[in-house]
Write a new protein. Sequence first.
Length: 214
Amino acid sequence: MSTSVPSRFAPGRAAVVVVDVQNDFCDPAGACGQRGSDTTAAVAMVPRLERFLDEARAAGVLVVFIQTTHDETTDSPAWLGRRGDPVPGASGPVQTCRTGSWGAEFYRVAPQEGEPVVVKHRYSAFAGTDLEVVLRTAGVDSLLLTGVSTNVCVESTLRDGLFAEFHVTLVEDCAASYEEAAHAMTVQNVEKYFGLVARSDEIGAGWSALSQVA
């Protein structure tokens, strides 16, 4: 990939979308870790994401944080039964990102003053939220997707972004899954059908080159 900035990465057009980098999804002590999910890749990914966000902010690229929350006001029967009908008397799975909980707080990254935070209750950050309004208001038509997990919430958001007529790019080294194969499958799926796949250092080099020209 060239270090020149393609138009879809340009400040003023692009936004970095940070999906679900929260304690329950990333911290080994969070809900997913308690369920037995391997959070190693998520923990290793976050320092790269931190650097990428610093580069984006320095270049004047909008950063939008996505935060999942769940509670009784959004836990519909269809959502709770997505893996099958509940078994009477059986204990349910460990709950994730309960509203107001430690698990719902951001993991190591946090929005800076003025950066939008969009709260979602489903896998896609476009489902039932004002994300599209936030992006259109900012003049954004290109999304750089980061976060966890690559094959669930990141991919769901990326697909819906394309369907809403945004250019979409998966920043592969700033996204993570609980299984390496699942991450790789989303990378392949995006490359083949939905958008671009790029690395944070490639995009950051383009921003740096652009600032030197300016």
